[in-house]
Each structure stands twice: as C-alpha cells, then as structure tokens.
Design a binder for this molecule. Structure first.
Ligand code: FE2
Length: 387
C-alpha cells in the first residue's frame, strides 16, 4: 500500500535568542562560526538609527573584521542582491549578519545563496531550488512583523517584471536569530502598524492554511492572541517596552507558524501588489485581509471560529454567518485603530490593473496553501472588493 504523506508535518526553526539585549551576543555567535571577516547587511534607515554602528563596535571589540553593505531598498531588488554578493566575495567574507526589517534580512539571504552558487538570484525562484549551503547567517530583526529572521522564505523584487518572487527553502532559515525588542524602539507608528498587521496576517493565514497542523497551530493562535491584545495599545503608547516585547513575541510565534504551515491568498495577492507598485508589504496585506477572510470563510468555518474566539469574540450560540460578520468587524476595527484603512484605489491601483495583478498572484507559491481553491477570476473578484 502506498504511504500517504499528506498528513505528515515538519517544523524548522533557527536557534533563537529572545529578549532585551540579545543582539549583544552577535559577536560571540560570529566567532563560534569561525568568522574571519563578517559581511554586515542593513539599510540606510537602520544605519541612521545607530544600530549598525553598535554592531560594528561589538564586532571590533571582539577582534572581528567586517565589511558593511547598506544598499538595500524597502523591497529588496535582484540587482541589490547581486551587488551585495559581489562585495561579499571581493571583501573575502565568510559569515553574514543582517540587522534590519524584512528587506535587509531577505537581501542577506539572497546574498548567501548567490555567493554559494555563483549564479543569478533569479535562478532560485520557487520551492527547494537551493543545492549548496549558504554561509552562516545571523539575523537581528528591527521590526516586529516580517519574521524573515525565523522563516524559510526570502522575497525578492524583480523590477523588470514588476514582480516580487518567493524563494522557499529550509536553506534560507538563518542559523541564529537574535530577537531583541529593544531595537524595535526606532520604528515609527506607521511601520509599527504595517509590520504588526503583517504578523497578524501570518498567524491567520498559517492557521487556516492547508499546511496547518498540530506543530504550528499553537504558535498561530498564541500570535493572534498577543497581537490582538497588544498592537492597538502599542500604537497609542510607542515607548512602552513591555508592549513592544509582547508584539515582538507575537511576531516570532507568527513567524514560526507561517514558516512551517506556509501562507495563503493574502500573501499571494500582496506580493503581486507590492511588486507592481513598490508599496509597503504590511500595508498591502492590511488592504486585502478582510476581503480574503470573507472569501475564505466558508472553506473552514471551524478554524475561523477559533480565530474569532482568540480575538476575544464570544461565539457561543452564534451561527457561522454571524461569526463571519463579527470576525470581519473586529479585523476592520483593528485596521482602523492602527491607521491602515486605505483602499487599493487610493494607492493608485486601477481596475484595468486587476487581471495582471491576479495573474501574478496565481503564480505565487502562497496561493497553493490557501484553504479555498481559487481561480484567477476568484482572485480578480477579491481585488475588486478591495478596490
Ligand atoms: Fe508577510
């Protein structure tokens, strides 16, 4: 009898050090990897906030040489990965450290892939395309949301196709993630909102994904609870270190869930949108989330009911249509409270763009694990609802 593998689940995670000050262990970890010269990846905003200089000082104090690369834009591009990989090679580096949001972390993953294989990053689009191990990678996230520091995803923008492509592989899970809530202090309220909602979307999509299961469900639900409870208060009190830590923890839990259960239509559609208009990833997700939940609800009513309960809705005695309405109400309320209420048309999306946006979304690997099977026409309708 053939062995049925559809119910098997696996779970990968980096070594994680969580807590205020964990970034200060960075030189220790680099030394343990035998680093001779560290390649330090970041972006201009994180450098301006002073976090890059601090890492440089820590490396110098530990007697480690380094070379710094901050040429990463908000949606990291193919060209930036290739320039970074060239610099990594010519500087003779052997360990990569990235400090920043999803963009520098994804760019660092790309630099590792290219420097190991000596080929264009464009050749690694898709699932399990990596054959040679990357150099040791240490990530320090400065936003509480993208979870590139724990995930097996790297998302790279290809401006030629106006398309963000996904690389999904165990090989892009970093070796070490130093998750330090202190470095999220320098996020402005808009970035806090965008990345916090991104984390919420990770948790919701992971919980209803066709790849969900007992290894990821607990992480997803705990992430939903933490973010639902603490994100609005954090936007109102940005200097509250305890709230910041709870959101960082929620983001990490969401990351562990989605990295292993994969995502769904919100991310497929938002990658397409972000590649087309170069918009912030979390904002794209926020604009699509309620519309995708409305579309998906009938495919897994019980799972959405548990999400509603985790978001504080007492569902006792409610029929599924009422649960759906209340859940959508809470999601739009959350979006409103954190200031992410825009519609696609306000950001420059036109009706005539929708067929091409939908075509790209259908090619994204995240559409495969969406709980409701979707045709291109289904995706078009959801974009239309969000317009
Ligand atoms: Fe995301």
């Amino acid at each position: 009898m053939a062995h049925d593998v559809t119910n098997l689940r696996k779970f990968v995670s980096p070594e994680i050090v969580f807590g205020a000050g964990s970034r200060k262990a960075v030189a220790n970890f680099a030394s343990n990897f035998g680093a001779r010269k560290v390649f330090l990846v970041s972006d201009p905003g994180v450098a301006k906030a002073g976090w890059v200089a601090e890492i440089q000082t820590l490396l110098t104090e530990a007697g480690l040489d380094y070379d710094t690369f901050t040429g990463v834009s908000p949606n990291p591009r193919v060209e930036e990965v290739m320039i970074g990989a060239e610099q990594y090679k010519s500087a003779g580096c052997d360990v990569i450290i990235a400090i920043g949001g999803g963009s520098p972390m994804d760019c660092a993953k790309g630099i590792g892939i290219v420097s190991a294989h000596g080929r264009s990053i464009l050749e690694f689009e898709g699932v399990d395309t990596i054959t040679i191990p990357s150099p040791p990678l240490i990530l320090i996230p400065t936003t509480a949301g993208t979870s590139a520091d724990v995930s097996q995803f790297a998302i790279i923008s290809d401006p030629n196709r106006r398309f963000k492509f996904s690389i999904i592989s165990k090989s892009v899970v970093p070796d070490v993630s130093l998750i330090d809530p202190e470095v999220t202090q320098t996020m402005d309220p808009f970035l806090t909102a965008c990345t916090g909602v991104d984390a919420m979307v990770h948790a919701i999509e992971a919980f209803v994904s066709t790849g969900s299961g007992p290894l990821t469900d607990a992480h997803a639900l705990e992430a939903i609870r933490l973010i639902n409870t603490h994100l609005e208060p954090l936007i109102a009190n940005p200097s509250d270190a305890q709230l910041r830590e709870q959101i960082m923890l929620g983001s990490m839990q969401a990351g562990l869930a989605f990295s292993n259960a994969i995502l769904g239509a919100v991310h497929a559609m938002s990658h397409s949108l972000g590649g087309f208009l170069d918009l912030p990833h979390g904002l794209c997700n926020a604009m699509l989330l309620d519309h995708v939940v409305a579309y998906n609800f009938s495919a897994c009513e019980d799972r959405f009911k548990r999400i509603a309960e985790t978001m504080g809705i007492d569902t006792r005695g409610m029929t599924p249509p009422v649960v759906r309405e209340r859940l959508l109400g809470r999601i739009t309320e959350l979006k409103r409270h954190v200031g992410l209420e825009k519609r696609l048309a306000e950001l420059g999306v036109r009706n005539s763009d929708i067929p091409s946006l939908s075509g790209f979304a259908m090619q994204d690997p995240c559409i495969v694990t969406n709980p409701r099977k979707s045709s291109q026409r289904d995706v078009e309708v959801v974009y239309e609802e969000a317009l």
